[in-house]
Write a protein that binds this ligand. Sequence first.
Ligand code: HEC
Ligand code: HEC
Ligand code: HEC
Ligand code: HEC
Length: 154
Amino acid sequence: MKKWTALIMALLFLGGVSALKAEEGNKDEKVINVPVVKEYKVRMGTVNFPHAKHILDLQYNCGTCHHQKKVEKDGKLEPVPMTLEKVEALAAEGKNAFQCKTCHGDLDRKAFKKLFHSNCLGCHKSLKAENKKAPTKCKECHVKPKKKKAIEGC
Ligand code: HEC
Ligand code: HEC
Ligand code: HEC
Ligand code: HEC
């Protein structure tokens, strides 16, 4: 059974946190190391994308964000979710199915920002519109490193 469910069961987290153990004896299971947090250090302020939180706490499927392509449907671009078959096909070509640049190219800052704002803010804004909680303000995602205060008396 080559499905995302098998994948999710086999999730192991980088940094030594193993969340869910793979079931024994299931040969079709793949172990994919997923980042807990992806850090983007940019001028606007560092974005710490809580990847694991979106998967474990918020229970989004991998395919919500990881797509093979997007197709137009009723004037809107709808994602075609990534499948394990496609992950393997790309891996056979030496490509990483989970990195945006694999298909969108080595983007410049502006293009990368557009892609990410469209993906992240697109979802957060539609949730806000339904009166649900999700960060949409710049400073809720972009955090400038705090300046250390001088120690008193020194
Ligand atoms: C809310 C959106 C979202 C969900 C849901 C999600 N991911 Fe991701 N994932 C991302 C983004 C964004 C990145 C960073 C991609 C980049 O910087 O190119 C990423 C990165 C990764 C990476 C690291 C790629 C690398 O080598 O740098 C892996 C592996 C991965 N995801 C696997 C998964 C799996 C497996 C699931 C489901 C269990 C999942 N993701 C669910 C958005 C998501
Ligand atoms: C396996 C290939 C593939 C991967 C990997 C991939 N995409 Fe895409 N994506 C596409 C294709 C194909 C389209 C539709 C054509 C287009 O607009 O580029 C698309 C369209 C999009 C769009 C809508 C068009 C736009 O420019 O606003 C967004 C947003 C997007 N992708 C974000 C991401 C993000 C974020 C990641 C990494 C988590 C990612 N994609 C990874 C293939 C991919
Ligand atoms: C499919 C919808 C969806 C996508 C795509 C998505 N998010 Fe979220 N995000 C959520 C929801 C839902 C929450 C939870 C809001 C809450 O309850 O606090 C959240 C919360 C967050 C939080 C706050 C976490 C906390 O601990 O309070 C950050 C930061 C965040 N997202 C960043 C991102 C970034 C960066 C991306 C793109 C790489 C992204 N998100 C993509 C739905 C999404
Ligand atoms: C949901 C989280 C989120 C919110 C909210 C958000 N951003 Fe971003 N932003 C990102 C991510 C992720 C990137 C991509 C980081 C990269 O380019 O590596 C990015 C990139 C950028 C960049 C390009 C990188 C740079 O500093 O040159 C700028 C500028 C930017 N954002 C400005 C803003 C502004 C202004 C707002 C408020 C209107 C905002 N962002 C709100 C997540 C967010």
